[in-house]
Design a protein around this ligand. Structure first.
Ligand SMILES: Nc1ncnc2c1ncn2[C@@H]1O[C@H](COP(=O)(O)OP(=O)(O)O)[C@@H](O)[C@H]1O
Ligand SMILES: [Mg+2]
Length: 350
């Protein structure tokens, strides 16, 4: 077991920076998730930690030791690749034994370790099969067993669930998290799927364009996003473009005069989470903002209902309501009122 530190890690190809100056400290036993859109540098970061890509600058420290220049098999990191990357012509047992052979363990030790690790991922008895004789979920577990067999100090997972169907993905999320807790393994997982990230992480790192935008818990990122990108990427929000006229006063591009908190006078966007706004038949008293509008779209999600309300030719807001007995559910075309307290919105200056 070990802690992991990335200090000023960068990778450029020519003058294009795939990863720029990433510094992170991951505690022993922590499950950290790197979250960001495709192409933002997640895989490159993870591969630099594993030793498959040499950084252009910066260092990787594992358990206090500088491992930046060590080849992959000399740093004790287990990696699961996005595509599993199982060797198709090798049996399950041979796949799981791969890292152990690289580390030159004896035959008896290897056989025992393979057996133990297959049991850990509930694949006892599958050692003699070839990868193509397994389901997607089973192949994923072989990849995990291969990473765990070396008894790594750190587990690195690159979109490990992306090839699984939705139902299985939800089950495997929980399996991986339970196994990680049981083993107390320091883990870094990469994903572009925010629900997966929010479900599994102790802490999250939001990346964009090669750089870290924010590090925090689920609550930190959702309640106090550091910038407009994080607000839009973690959870859902409506952005209204406009101008902060004076402290507490926002004027939208569509001409709405709104009460707000924070921000500097000047161009800005007002971000409002759909569940923080309310919708009613009449003006909403007791709220800083209450505006008339017309329902343009209703999306029925089961437990929740999204109401898209047109407030002006340039301003449309999404309000999310709980689907309750006797609750007011407006219909498309209906005039309604929408309201929220000033503190529910967040201003991002441009
Ligand atoms: N070997 C390479 N040469 C040039 N550009 C690369 C190379 N590897 C990755 N990139 C670029 O670096 C960026 C980050 O890639 P990657 O780390 O794979 O992103 P992610 O995993 O977040 O989708 C992308 O724009 C990608 O095209
Ligand atoms: Mg990737």
């Amino acid at each position: 077991m070990a802690d992991l530190a990335l200090n000023g890690l960068s990778k450029h190809y020519g003058d294009f920076y795939a990863v720029r100056d990433v510094s992170l400290a991951i505690a022993d036993g922590e499950f950290l998730v790197l979250l960001g859109p495709s192409g933002c540098g997640k895989t490159t970061t993870l591969r630099m930690v594993a030793g498959f890509i040499e950084p252009s600058a910066g260092e990787v420290r594992l358990g206090g030791q500088d491992v930046t220049l060590l080849p992959p098999w000399k740093r004790n990191a287990g990696m699961v690749f996005q595509s599993y990357a199982l060797f198709p012509h090798m049996t399950v047992a041979q796949n799981v034994a791969f890292g152990l052979e690289m580390r030159k363990l004896g035959r008896v030790d290897i056989d025992q370790r393979v057996e133990e690790t297959l049991a850990l991922v509930r694949l006892d008895g599958f050692g003699g099969r070839l990868p193509r004789q397994l389901s997607g979920g089973q192949q994923q577990r072989v990849a995990l067993a291969r990473a765990l067999a070396i008894r790594p100090d750190v587990l690195l997972l690159d979109e490990p669930l992306s090839n699984l169907d939705a139902k299985l993905r939800q089950e495997v999320r929980i399996e991986i998290r339970e196994l990680q807790r049981q083993l107390g393994l320091t883990t870094v997982m990469v994903t572009h799927d925010q629900e997966e990230a929010l479900t599994m992480a102790d802490r999250l790192v939001v990346m964009n364009e090669g750089a870290v935008r924010q590090v925090g818990t689920q609550r930190d990122l959702y309640e106090r996003p550091a910038d407009r990108f994080v607000a839009g990427f973690v959870g859902r929000t409506t952005f209204l473009g406009g101008t902060v006229k004076a402290p507490g006063r926002f004027r939208s591009d569509g001409g709405l005069a709104l009460a707000c908190t924070g921000g500097r006078p000047g161009r800005a966007v007002l971000s409002l989470r759909p569940e923080r706004a309310m919708v009613g038949r009449a003006a909403l008293s007791g709220l800083d903002n209450s505006l008339p509008g017309t329902v343009e779209f209703v999306s029925y999600l089961g437990a929740l209902i999204d109401i898209h309300v047109r407030l002006s030719p340039k301003d449309r807001l999404v309000v999310q309501i709980a689907n309750r007995d006797g609750g007011f559910t407006p219909e498309v075309g209906q005039p309604v009122h929408v309201g929220w307290p000033a503190s529910a919105g967040q201003i991002f200056n441009e």
